[in-house]
Write a new protein. Structure first.
Length: 334
């Protein structure tokens, strides 16, 4: 693995295997934000953590857990890929605010306030009416700030996102989405939201999930890098990262769990449709973790200088983790 350029992917949920971990190293990936859960409750979240502990044991020569930003540097020095956990919903805390600190102690660095639907905390981007941050949500935002858990609004609606930014004393992120100007999808974000995220000190992780892209699976690397360049003008280069949303090797049943959880008796197709119900075809230039050098080459051809490429590919994510994934008590002590 190259030690010259830091590469951090701000979101993946693959069918984890030794082969995928080896591909990460081959592609020069230094750390990955791995989705731990979608709709799982407290017990199920703990089971997912237990599964990861077994992976760290079985593949300890390739991967290691990241509980703080400094662990990414330790992983690089050891020639391993750092794995940090995130939840794509607030289900791991159920209705108990004490679970925020507990989950953070167990290594949950990032939590989304919603996953498409209305949650106990905020409103998801698929609801027709955006009610904003709830009373419980205000308390949870304060607690997440206190314990050093990063607020992620990737699947949240506009008003809820803007209110979260206003309420949070720490940077707010969108780990995996794209600007609405590139593709007008429910999951993509308006210029107003992107500006607010930048103002909070947060970042946008650009998604490579075809449903979030112009021309879907046929989106060209050139168009993708043009999107990044235009967003840099809007947000500033230090607020941009990558959050591919790679879901390598996952069966259709996992996609259906993401979209439906236990909340629906009818099949919900999310960003797909009845006639396009499965996983989209992967991008030709980003099939798996081995293709990250393609993205670097594309940014270079688009005219980004090396320092800007460093920021987009990993340095901004590292800075975000150093600033926001830190308990408030430690901030005061520092």
């Amino acid at each position: 693995m190259s030690q010259e350029r830091l590469i951090i992917d701000g979101l993946q949920y693959s069918n984890w295997s030794r082969e995928i971990f080896e591909q990460m190293r081959e592609g020069g990936v230094d750390a990955v934000h791995a989705t731990l859960v979608y709709h799982e409750n407290i017990r199920e979240t703990l089971l997912r953590m237990g599964e990861w502990n077994r992976r760290f044991e079985a593949h300890g020569d390739l991967i290691m857990p990241v509980r703080e930003a400094a662990d990414i540097d330790r992983a690089r020095q050891a020639g391993k890929v750092g794995i940090f956990f995130g939840a794509q919903n607030c289900s791991p805390i159920e209705d108990d605010i004490d679970m925020v600190a507990l989950m953070r102690d167990l290594g949950l660095l990032i939590m989304q306030l919603t996953y498409n639907n209305q949650s106990l905390l905020a409103c998801g981007c698929y609801e027709s009416d955006d009610s904003g941050i709830t009373r419980f949500g205000r308390q949870v935002i304060r607690e997440m700030n206190r314990v050093g858990m990063i607020i992620d609004m990737s699947h949240s609606a506009e008003r809820s996102t803007l209110e979260a930014v206003e309420l949070s004393e720490q940077p707010v992120i969108i780990s995996h989405a794209n600007p609405s100007f590139f593709r007008d999808a429910k999951r993509n974000k308006s210029d107003r939201v992107l500006a607010a995220i930048a103002e909070s000190g947060g970042l946008l992780g650009f998604s490579a999930y075809p449903f979030h892209l112009k021309n879907g699976p046929d989106c060209s690397l050139e168009d993708y890098c043009d999107m990044i360049a235009r967003t840099a003008d809007l947000m500033g280069i230090k607020h941009l990262g990558i959050g591919t949303d790679l879901c390598q090797g996952q069966p259709t049943s996992v996609l259906e769990w993401m979209r439906n959880g236990r909340w629906s008796r009818d099949m919900d197709y999310g960003e797909g449709s009845q006639h396009n119900a499965g996983w989209p075809e992967p991008l030709a230039w980003l099939r798996d973790n081995r293709d990250f050098p393609n993205l670097i080459d594309g940014l270079r051809r688009r005219g980004f200088d090396e320092a800007s490429i460093d920021r987009i590919m990993g340095q901004n994510w590292l800075a975000l983790l150093k600033n926001a994934a830190v308990p408030a008590s430690r901030e005061v002590a520092a």
